[in-house]
Structures are given as structure tokens and as C-alpha cells.
Design a binder for this molecule. Structure first.
Ligand code: SDX
Length: 394
């Protein structure tokens, strides 16, 4: 008979030991990077309101802010921008992985992104070094290359030739250029930049937390980012934006929104792009994207997507606002990205291109004051079981 130490009740009779499922409401670390005010509907990156950054800043500046906890001087921004530009190109071997994997039937782009970013470590002779200089260098290199790999995946999936990065465009404009094969106009470049800024960080979301757990074991930064990509892929997290577009496409027209929603809610379906573990009011990023949606759908002639989205929003808010279920970042981002010409299957890779900044910033923050993440489980299995020889088992 195994005797357990009295230090911890390993077997909990229901209600004896409480725990928070999904770590709901549990604080896992201290961070200076971003704060999500779920009741107030506010998001700040190191004290800077997201609305201000979306209006005034650039992805390069926001990435610097997240890494170094301050806005860069002009000279620092120029140097940091140059580092990002310098590290955009990826080894031919990585292009070969993308060419071989991205066009295979049924392979999701996030699967290829996860594989290709993981393979990048093989070509970084410093991958296993654990020094401040290496951490910061890899933070820039991985984030810079994430855009190149994501764009290449989209090109191969759509049967188009890969477009290699240019070094004379901003991060967002170059990402658009590699995706579309043409330099964006000023509006397209600005909107792509805003999308990357809005997706850059969000406190302790599932993918950032996954990256933190990996980094807390002192694994390399590539491993931490791959964990983030893996977590982001899921439809409850970064995969929701693609599901929103699938929802709009299956509804088909504004006239069918009400009936579709009634049916979905009768079946207790989760409406993609709504609800959030922390926001219990409008996600401020959704508000910002709704503002851009009017202009980008007008330019693209896709106003019907916005009409449908606003109808869904109106109905959902009427029915569920009092339950704290509101639009989140993924609801309008789908309409905006589709109207920019981005294929829905490439929405989550764009999310990863932005969120790479948050993953590497939090990983670096964790490394500087690390303690291994190792929570407990409440064991609710049998306290002890006799070993019955195979021959005697019924
Ligand atoms: C992102 O964490 C982050 O910060 C993530 C993110 C980031 O920037 O990193 O903000 C990005 O991931 C945004 C969320 C994208 N996901 C979706 O849009 C998927 C649809 N949303 C839901 O699956 C849900 O709202 C979650 C997963 C986002 C949050 O789920 P919770 O906190 O676990 O809440 P829950 O599933 O326990 O729901 C609580 C109640 C339930 O009703 P009851 O059983 O209590 O009656 O609210 C209901 C749910 O049924 N509910 C919904 C709903 N979301 C919650 N009902 C209908 N449609 C929804 N979308």
C-alpha cells in the first residue's frame, strides 16, 4: 500500500481542493510589457494606449518598445529598423521546406510556419547560446524572418512564385510586398502596419504563456516561439479570424444573418470573433479595426462583409452583452484582411507575424528573472491499485 506524504492531498474528493480551470483569473507572472483592462476595455503597451500607438506608431517602434520598455530615439529606431531589414532573408533550405510543404493538400499554413520557424534554428549557429546579446539578436532575427516565411507560405499555397524580401521598405510594407508581389500604396501599408501593431502583444494570452513556459526551462528562443505558434493555431485563439470569414462566407448575404445566428445560438454554437477570457466589454482593437473596415471595404468593394459583420455585432451585443460577450480582435480583423486581399487561410500567420514581437519580448523578460513554471495537478485518480498479473486480468 503506497503511503503518501501528508504534505499534499493527492486525492481530492470533489470540492475539497479548488483550482481554476484554464487558469482563469490566475496571475502567472509580473510583466512590464502590456496590460489588458478587461472591464474598462483598455489595452496599453508599457503604458501607451493601443489607440495612440495604432494612430502614431509603427511596428518597428512598437517592437522596440516591447523589447526595451521605452520608445526609441530617432537614432535607435533607425538602427533597429536596419537590423530588422538586414535579417529578412531566410536560408534556401527554409524556402525548400515551404515549397515542399505549403502546397500539400490539407496542410494548414500554421503547420508549415511552425515547421519552418523551428528549422530556422538549425541554421543559426548561435541558437543554443543563452546570453543577453544572443537573446536580443534572435528576438530581432526571428521576428524579422517570421514575415518572410509567412508570406512565402501564402505565395506557394496560391501557386505563385515566392517574392524575396526587399530592404528598402518598412516591415509592414515589405510583408505586404512579399504577400502580394507589389508594393502597397500608402493606405495599404499603413493598415498592414496597424494590423501588426494591434496583434503585437496581449499580456498573458495562451500563445505567449506557452512561449513563457518553454523559456522558463531555459530552452532556446526558437523553441519558445515555436510553442507560441503551436498555441496560436487553435480556433479558440489565433485561428478565430479565419473562422470569422468562414462564418461570413457561409451566411452569404446580409439578409441571412438573423436566421443564421438564431440557428447557431439554438445549437449553442460559439460565434467566432466574440467573447474573451479577459475583456467583458468591447475589445479596443476591434473598435480600431471597425474604424478602418469602412474605408478598406469601400476600396475593395467588399462592403457586404462589413454590413454582415455589423449586423452580427448588433444582434450579439443585444443578446449577450450582459453576459460580457462582445466582439474581440478577430471579429473585424477578418473583414479588414480579406478586403486587403489576404486569403483567410493566411490570417493567422499574419497574427503570428505581429505576435512574434510579444513572444520574444516576454521570453526575454522571463529569462531575466526566471523561475521554472511548474504548477500542480489535483490528483483525482485512485489512491492505490494492486498490480494484477496479465494472465489474471479479465
Ligand atoms: C484571441 O487571451 C487573449 O488575449 C487572446 C487574444 C490575444 O490577443 O492574444 O485576445 C486573441 O484569441 C481572441 C479570442 C478569439 N477566439 C474566439 O473568438 C473564439 C470564440 N470565443 C470563445 O471560444 C471564448 O469566448 C473564448 C475562448 C475566447 C474565451 O472563453 P472562456 O473565457 O473560456 O469563456 P467560456 O468558453 O467559458 O464562455 C463563458 C460563457 C459560456 O456560456 P455558459 O456555458 O456560461 O452559459 O460565455 C459563452 C459560453 O458558452 N460564450 C460564448 C462565446 N464565448 C463565450 N457564447 C457564444 N459565442 C461565443 N463566442
Amino acid at each position: 500500500m503506497t503511503t503518501y506524504s501528508e504534505e499534499f492531498k493527492l486525492v481530492a474528493r470533489p470540492g475539497e481542493i479548488s483550482f481554476s480551470k484554464g487558469l482563469d483569473g490566475v496571475v502567472a507572472a509580473e510583466s512590464t510589457k502590456s496590460y489588458v483592462d478587461g472591464l474598462g476595455g483598455r489595452l496599453v503597451y508599457h503604458g501607451h494606449p493601443i489607440e495612440e500607438l495604432a494612430e502614431e506608431s509603427t511596428f518597428e517602434e512598437v517592437f522596440f518598445l516591447l523589447l526595451y520598455d521605452r520608445l526609441p530615439t530617432a537614432a535607435e529606431l533607425a538602427r533597429f529598423t536596419g537590423q530588422l531589414q538586414q535579417h529578412r532573408e531566410i536560408p534556401e533550405e527554409i524556402y525548400a521546406i515551404v515549397r515542399d510543404h505549403a502546397a500539400r493538400r490539407g496542410v494548414h499554413p500554421m503547420t508549415v510556419l511552425r515547421t519552418a520557424i523551428s528549422a530556422l534554428a538549425v541554421f543559426d549557429e548561435h541558437a543554443e547560446e543563452d546570453t543577453p546579446e544572443t537573446h536580443q539578436a534572435q528576438a530581432v532575427q526571428i521576428t524579422s524572418k517570421m514575415a518572410t516565411v509567412a508570406a512565402a507560405i501564402g505565395r506557394v499555397r496560391s501557386g505563385q512564385a515566392i517574392v524575396h524580401p526587399r530592404s528598402d521598405l518598412s516591415h509592414a510594407a515589405n510583408y505586404f510586398y512579399m504577400m502580394m508581389g507589389r508594393v502597397p500604396d500608402a493606405f495599404e501599408a499603413r493598415l498592414t502596419d496597424v494590423l501588426l501593431i494591434l496583434h503585437a502583444d496581449h499580456e498573458s494570452n495562451a500563445s505567449t504563456f506557452a512561449a513563457l513556459v518553454v523559456k522558463s526551462t531555459l530552452a532556446d528562443t526558437y523553441s519558445a516561439v515555436v510553442a507560441g505558434i503551436a498555441a496560436l493555431k487553435g480556433p479558440l485563439h489565433g485561428g478565430a479570424n479565419e473562422q470569422v470569414m468562414k462564418m461570413l462566407e457561409s451566411i452569404g448575404s446580409p439578409e441571412r444573418v438573423a436566421a443564421w445566428l438564431d440557428e447557431a445560438m439554438a445549437q449553442k454554437k460559439k460565434i467566432m470573433g466574440f467573447g474573451h477570457r479577459v475583456y467583458k466589454t468591447m475589445d479596443p482593437r476591434a473598435t480600431i479595426l471597425r474604424g478602418y473596415a469602412r474605408e478598406v471595404t469601400r476600396r475593395a468593394g467588399t462592403e457586404r462583409w462589413l454590413v454582415m459583420a455589423e449586423q452580427i455585432e448588433k444582434t450579439m451585443v443585444e443578446k449577450f452583452a450582459q453576459k460580457g460577450i462582445w466582439p474581440n480582435v478577430d471579429f473585424f480583423s477578418g473583414v479588414v484582411m480579406a478586403s486587403l486581399g489576404i486569403d483567410p487561410s493566411m490570417f493567422t500567420p499574419l497574427f503570428a507575424v505581429g505576435r512574434s514581437a510579444g513572444w520574444v519580448a516576454h521570453a526575454w523578460e522571463q529569462r531575466q528573472d526566471n523561475r521554472l513554471f511548474r504548477p500542480r495537478f489535483v490528483y483525482v485518480g485512485p489512491e492505490s491499485e494492486p498490480y494484477i498479473p496479465l494472465a489474471e486480468r479479465k
